[in-house]
Design a protein. Structure first.
Length: 83
């Protein structure tokens, strides 16, 4: 399971780098002076946001496939039946 997560996470890291590159290209395509701090902030902000979002979604899907969610759901159903 962890091997599958890290394989997917590496692909998502490449995806976030590509998307950050596109965002930087769009920021620098405009006319006018662009500071280096704007480029760095755009690359880090967009890249880390995409990486965080896709990483969390990957964990959700892998958790659902592992069956751990089913066990927790049964426990909650049993507790609600007892009340």
């Amino acid at each position: 399971m962890m091997r599958r997560f890290w394989r997917i996470f590496r692909l998502l890291a490449v995806l976030s780098i590509v998307i950050a590159g596109i965002a930087v290209a769009l920021v620098t395509a405009g006319e006018g002076e662009v500071h280096a701090s704007l480029i760095v902030a755009t690359a880090l902000g967009v890249g880390l946001t995409v990486l965080l979002g896709t990483g969390l979604m990957t964990l959700i899907f892998l958790s659902a496939e592992s069956g751990h969610d089913d066990h927790a759901g049964k426990r909650i159903d049993q507790e609600s039946d007892e009340e």
